[in-house]
Design a binder for this molecule. Structure first.
Ligand code: AQP
Length: 331
């Protein structure tokens, strides 16, 4: 079975629809066909400043949501990044073969640091290198992510190739696995920008755990485009196109089917129906998430088993990397 690895940050009280449709939905599908490793990347969640109590809560909430969304610990390995110390250890090694200028070209770093110049940390700068370690430790063949991660994946591939060339074959070169249709779910209030935990306005983002009535309201007041016809045209009608993308993904229908259904009808009809679909989608997820959170001991046990399985793989890869780079083995 080919192997996949991906991660999600516990940086908010809820995932949003972009996280689910761009990434997690695919994770759920891939656990049936792949040897799948998924982690809550808490090391990444401290790069922008954080509250310790919130981080611990959000880490559990993230794991609970992943289980509620369909990850099955019998079919995949689900763990918390900081439970596997090899991530930070390999991250250091990889940072020593990454060019300073190379890391500085990462667009996400440029964007985020430009917005918070005073509080930008070295950790935010080296974050994509740690992400490369996350992936390479598991010898992942594929990495299911949204479009925003494509450049980081390129860096991961470059670092793996560089390490292998300099020190001997150590890492599998991973490929991105990006679902074309839902690679970039956009902000409901600014439909040319990515729906994002940190950048979107509260009304632009559908949080899976928010009051469903609030989600419905946000859909109904989503920015649509001039004109009245329901058409799929990302360039000229990004707002309607985003709503159609979400609608199609949640109902497993094609955009063409939707266009036919809504021919001659207005934006209001589309929004009203989509609001209902979103409400029906999030309600059971909220219930299941709540149930997992009511039993934190069970949740922590699931994560402990996951960490043990993950470490078994990660420690072998780190051992090989240490050997190949020339570290003396401890006896
Ligand atoms: N809008 C999106 N459309 C499709 N996929 C998306 N992802 C994120 N936003 C979208 C994908 O979700 C996975 C987990 O992402 P993350 O934990 O790295 O979250 P993020 O990138 O921090 O999410 P945000 O909301 O965009 O946060 P900020 O504002 O901090 O960057 C990834 O696979 C990601 O591609």
């Amino acid at each position: 079975r080919p192997r996949v690895l991906s991660g999600i940050q516990p940086t908010a009280d809820s995932f949003h629809l972009g996280n689910y449709l761009g990434a997690v939905r695919n994770w759920v599908a891939l656990q049936e066909t792949h040897d799948a490793y998924y982690c809550v990347v808490d090391l990444h969640a401290i790069t922008m400043g954080h509250d310790p109590v919130a981080l611990r809560n959000r880490t559990r909430i993230s794991a609970a949501q992943l289980l509620a969304l369909g990850l099955d610990p019998d079919r995949c390995t689900l763990f918390v990044q900081s439970h596997v110390p090899e991530h930070a250890q390999l991250g250091w090694v990889l940072s020593c073969i990454t060019g300073f200028g190379e890391a500085g070209r990462m667009v996400q770093f440029k964007d985020k640091s430009a917005k918070a110049a005073d509080t930008t940390t070295v950790g935010l700068f080296t974050y994509p290198i740690l992400q490369a370690a996350d992936i390479l430790l598991y010898q992942a063949d594929q990495v299911p992510v949204g479009e925003d991660q494509r450049q980081h994946l390129e860096l991961t591939r470059d670092l793996a190739q560089r390490f292998n060339t300099r020190f001997g074959r150590t890492f599998t070169i991973p490929s991105p696995f990006i679902l074309k249709d839902t690679a970039k779910i956009t902000d409901l209030q600014d439909p040319t920008a990515k729906m994002s935990k940190s950048a979107s306005s509260p009304n632009g983002i559908i949080e899976l755990l928010e009051d469903p009535a609030r989600s419905a309201k946000k859909i109904k007041s989503a920015v649509t485009d001039t004109g009245r016809e329901i058409l799929y045209d990302e360039e000229n009608k990004p707002g309607v196109s985003n709503l159609l993308t979400i609608y199609a993904a949640l109902t497993m229908r094609t955009i063409d089917e939707l266009l036919e259904q809504y021919e001659g009808r207005g934006y209001g009809d589309l929004k009203k129906d989509l609001a209902e679909i979103v409400v029906d989608f999030v309600k059971p997820i909220q219930e299941r998430t709540r149930a997992y959170l009511e039993d934190p001991d069970h949740l922590d046990k699931v994560l402990a088993v996951g960490a043990e399985k993950a470490r078994a793989v990660a420690s072998v890869t780190l051992g090989e990397a240490y050997q190949n780079i020339g570290f003396l083995s401890p006896t």
